[in-house]
Design a protein. Structure first.
Length: 104
């Protein structure tokens, strides 16, 4: 994770991700990803309930991947490696199971 404006990077390693899919409207799908962290990986002190929000088009294409704390935007961003792990999880475990109507 990277705090906006800071140079220090702390790489988180996710375990046991699970997703909740919520169609927002006819154009967007929100995928909330909850996960544990590998032992030895600690959240920044300012974060109490980290989740990943993957914002997708109705066809399932990823538009943005952002961290949230307690369901709200926070002052951190995921590193490229963290985003790639979340993207890989989504493509493998979530996207194939989106309702066909949303993939059209």
């Amino acid at each position: 994770m990277i705090r906006y404006g800071a140079e220090q990077v702390q790489e988180l390693r996710f375990v046991r991700p699970r997703a909740t899919v919520e169609p927002r409207d006819g154009q967007w799908i929100d995928v909330e990803v909850r996960f544990g962290l590998e032992p030895g990986t600690d959240l920044p002190e300012e974060i109490s309930d980290l989740t990943g929000l993957i914002i997708c088009t109705a066809a399932g294409d990823i538009v943005q991947i952002v961290p949230q704390d307690e369901g709200r935007d926070c002052e951190f961003q995921f590193t490229e490696q963290e985003k790639e792990r979340l993207r890989s999880f989504y493509e493998r475990e979530v996207r194939p199971f989106l309702p066909e109507a949303e993939k059209a």
